[in-house]
Design a protein around this ligand. Structure first.
Ligand code: CTP
Length: 401
């Protein structure tokens, strides 16, 4: 699947640069063309001669190279690639990407492109754990940069921990995923996930036990089929998915706004556990404890995001999928919910504490469509997600894009 694709490989200055030589070989074995770019520091670790020999192409390293500019503008370099891969991505290169710097060829290319970008970070474990790097990582994720690795293990500097660059074959697999020509290529889908937090006052809120695991898995499965995913999430425990637009929200009202902003989409999957009610007048200052007095909270109804989207007169997604968290009469309740909300499918699950589903790694669902109820065997949430994504892709085949 990499045959005929072009990867622009930016090699950063780290000890892991030696693995990039192997990465070039693996990519070329699979028929991909590699345009190599090296930072100044990278050439302290591997020689441009080795890189050029393996890539079968000249190494680009200098931003101010008149001959090269005359042949092909440097900016143009990144435009002809299917994917930009930074391996190894050093802490410094990541920081530059976050800051939008453009003081050498590598950073300029990364700033001047709208081609998808993947990074394979590699650095000392303390550099990786440093709040600055973790902040940068979060920003890059939010910017839609795909991240592969790092792995945990012994490091060249003698320490142990996360920071080793992903192995060349792992990077190849991630590249294949990013370039996949899946059945949802060209489709835009929206996924809501996680709990909402409804404020009581600046320090207290009402939430629920949703971990966001199922919604995250669905978003990843849709991404892996080639969809452009907008992921609107409450504050969830599940790690943020990569390779998609992530919009973080707190309350149901914020979630509704983010969902409406994300439209139009071909399909919407509403996996979030949205609070049905919010505190009517959340206090702007902390409610103080007064001896002998209990606060009384008055509630009001939150917007029903799934119902609002399902009933849109204009701009309704072709396929709207809701979830139903039930503790009793799962199929009957979920079937009624499907009709009430006006969505096309409902993925119903039994969230009674004994099932261990809420917050757990497995799920047992019943898919309810116009054709009736279909019970799926209990499986890992990622398997349920893949099955749902396949079904969704199948259904969208009938919808013109
Ligand atoms: N949902 C939503 N907005 C809300 C409440 C729910 O978008 N304000 C969505 C959920 O994301 C889910 C579906 O509606 O896809 C069903 O959620 P659930 O909590 O099971 O349903 P409720 O409408 O809250 O019904 P009930 O609490 O009576 O079971």
């Amino acid at each position: 699947m990499l045959a005929g694709r072009r990867i622009l490989l930016i090699i950063g200055g780290g000890i892991a640069a030696y693995k990039s030589l192997d990465l070039i070989r693996r990519l070329r074995e699979r028929g991909a063309a590699v345009t190599p770019v090296m930072t100044r520091a990278a050439s302290e670790f591997v020689t441009p001669l080795s890189v050029a020999a393996l890539a079968g192409e000249d190494v680009h390293a200098d931003l101010f190279d008149l001959t090269r500019e005359a042949e092909m503008g440097h900016i143009q370099l990144s435009r002809v690639a299917d994917l930009l891969v930074v391996a190894p991505a050093t802490a410094d290169l990541m920081a530059k990407m976050v800051g939008g710097h453009a003081d050498d060829l590598a950073s300029t290319l990364l700033l001047a492109t709208d081609t998808p970008v993947m990074i394979a970070p590699a650095m000392n474990v303390r550099m990786w754990d440093h709040p600055a790097t973790q902040r940068n990582l979060a920003t890059l994720r939010g910017d839609g940069i795909r991240i592969v690795g790092p792995n945990e293990g012994d490091m060249a500097c003698g320490e142990f921990g996360p920071g080793r660059m992903a192995e060349p074959l792992e990077i190849v697999a991630a590249i294949e995923g990013a370039l996949s020509d899946g059945p949802l290529k060209g489709r835009r889908v929206l996924v809501t996930s996680g709990p909402t937090h409804e404020p009581i006052d600046p320090v207290r809120y009402i939430a629920n036990r949703s971990s966001g695991a199922q919604g995250t898995a669905v978003a990843e499965a849709l991404r892996d089929l080639g969809a452009e995913v907008v992921f609107v999430t409450g504050r969830a425990d599940a790690p943020r998915p990569t390779g998609m637009t992530v919009v973080e929200v707190e309350s149901a009202r914020e979630m509704r706004e983010a969902v409406m902003d994300a439209l139009p989409v071909d399909a919407g999957v509403f996996a979030a556990a949205v609070a049905d009610w919010r505190v009517k007048s959340a206090s702007a200052s902390k409610i103080k404890k007064t001896a002998g007095q209990l606060p009384v909270l008055e509630f009001e109804e939150n917007p029903d995001i799934l119902r609002d989207v399902s009933k849109l007169a204009e701009g309704r997604p072709a396929l709207v999928v809701g979830f139903a968290a039930e503790t009793d009469d799962v199929v009957a309740n979920a079937t009624a919910k499907r009709a009430r909300k006006g969505c096309d499918w409902i993925v119903a699950n039994d969230v009674s504490p004994a099932t261990g589903i809420m917050g757990g790694t497995e799920n047992a669902v019943v898919l309810i469509t116009a054709d009736g109820a279909e019970a799926w065997p209990r499986a890992a949430k990622s398997d349920v997600a893949r099955k749902l994504a396949d079904r969704l892709a199948e259904a969208l085949k009938k919808v013109p894009s």
